[in-house]
Design a protein around this ligand. Sequence first.
Ligand code: IMP
Ligand code: MG
Length: 172
Amino acid sequence: MISAEQLAARVSELAAQITREYEGRSLVLLCVLKGSFVFAADLARAIGMPVRVEFLGVRSYGDDTKSSGVVQITQDLTRPVDGDHILLVEDIVDTGLTLSYLREQLRSRNPASVKVAALLHKPARMQREVAIDYLGFTIDDVFVVGYGLDYAERYRNLPFLGVLDPSGISAG
Ligand code: IMP
Ligand code: MG
């Protein structure tokens, strides 16, 4: 659906915008695991200023393509972020439940600001209104894999974004 070349071009544009807007400030890229690890790695390297990198492990899906609506923190930050500018790096905002939960959780850690960079957005399934400050692509209501995104932990290492063939799911 989106080639490696298209992804790289869009990531460079987002990184240039982020660099312009955060220059001179203490920026923490907060990579939301696992799906964002590829996007975050490319984004971090395209940003032209010093950044810190932290990881937050969350699970909102079982091995299914439907949101459970329940967000579980599986790995927490390693350092305090009070006074820092946090950029939450998300692979995809689908229902918005994960993002709204994370934003709420981060408030208690007193960061200077919290903004969101999301590679993908599926507006069709939005349940919770959440602002995305830096958005890669808006997509239709299809289940995508690759570039960090999985189906049942598979396909994360594809260098492009593809649409999962539903007949492949029923075939197991
Ligand atoms: P939300 O809480 O419904 O917004 O879901 C966010 C999380 O669901 C993402 O970080 C992904 O891990 C997962 N997700 C949602 N849609 C897709 C998809 O099309 N492919 C792979 N993972 C998805
Ligand atoms: Mg996932």
